[in-house]
Design a binder for this molecule. Structure first.
Ligand code: ATP
Length: 203
C-alpha cells in the first residue's frame, strides 16, 4: 500500500461491534475501508466476483437478481472448509485490489481498515501501523447477531468456530475496546473517542 497515512486495523468477532465503532470513527473524520462492505459490493448484481463464483459454485448460489445468495453460500462455506478456501481464493485478490484503490484515494485523518478476519490472515499485520480489537464475550455476540438477523444459532456457532478465539485476538491487540453486554452505546462512544484522539496524535 503506497499511502503514507497512519493505518489502523480494526477487528473483532462476528457481532462484536466493529461496524458500530467504524461508524463513530468515520463520523469523526477517519477514512473507513470496510472489507465486508467491499465483499458485498463485489458480490452484488454486476459485481466483479459474480462470474468467477458462478463458474466455481454453479448457478445455484446466484439469485435471479444476479447477486450472490449469501444465505446459501454461508451455509456451504461454514460447513465445508474446502469450499471456504475456494471462495476466499476468488474474493481475496479482488478485495485486496479494491482496498488498495480506496486507500490511495483516502482523504481522512487516518485510515481504518475494518477486517473481520485480520488476526486469522497473516497478510494484514504488515499493512497496518496499529491493531485495535473490539472485544466481546461469545454469549453477547450470539445475542446481537440473532437480534440483528434471522441467522440460525447453528450457523452462528459454525462461524464462531471458524474465527479466531477471543484470547487469540487479545494477544495481538495494541488497543482493546470493551463492547461486552454491560457496555451501553454511550459508554462505547466514550471509549472510542479517547482512542480516536490518541490515533489522531499518531497520524
Ligand atoms: P459483523 O461481524 O457480524 O458484521 P460487527 O462486529 O460489525 O458484526 P455490529 O454490526 O457493529 O458488529 O454490531 C452487531 C449488533 O450489535 C448491531 O445490531 C449493533 O447495533 C449492536 N450493538 C453493537 N454494540 C452494541 C452495544 N454496545 N450496545 C447495544 N447494541 C450494540
Amino acid at each position: 500500500m503506497q499511502t503514507s497515512k497512519f493505518k489502523l486495523g480494526l477487528t473483532g468477532g462476528i457481532g462484536s461491534g466493529k461496524t458500530q465503532v467504524a461508524n463513530l470513527l468515520g463520523g469523526w473524520g477517519a477514512s473507513v475501508i470496510d472489507t465486508d462492505l467491499i465483499a458485498h459490493s463485489l458480490t452484488a448484481p454486476g459485481g466483479r466476483a459474480i462470474d468467477p463464483i458462478r463458474q466455481a459454485f454453479g448457478a445455484d448460489v446466484i439469485e435471479p437478481s444476479g447477486a450472490l445468495n449469501r444465505a446459501r453460500m454461508r451455509e456451504l462455506v461454514f460447513t465445508d472448509p474446502a469450499r471456504r478456501v475456494e471462495l476466499e481464493a476468488i474474493l481475496h485478490p479482488l478485495i485486496a485490489d479494491t482496498v488498495r484503490q480506496e486507500a490511495e484515494l483516502a482523504q481522512g485523518l487516518y485510515i481504518v481498515f475494518v477486517v473481520p478476519l485480520l488476526v486469522e490472515s497473516g497478510r494484514w499485520r504488515q499493512k497496518i501501523d496499529r491493531l485495535c480489537v473490539v472485544d466481546c464475550d461469545q454469549g453477547t455476540q450470539i445475542q446481537r447477531v440473532q437480534a440483528r438477523s434471522g441467522i440460525e444459532l447453528a450457523t452462528i456457532q459454525n462461524i464462531l468456530a471458524a474465527q479466531a478465539t477471543r484470547e487469540q485476538r487479545l494477544a495481538v491487540a495494541d488497543d482493546v475496546i470493551d463492547n461486552s453486554a454491560r457496555v451501553s452505546m454511550a459508554d462505547l462512544e466514550k471509549q472510542v473517542l479517547v482512542l480516536h484522539q490518541g490515533w489522531c496524535n499518531l497520524a
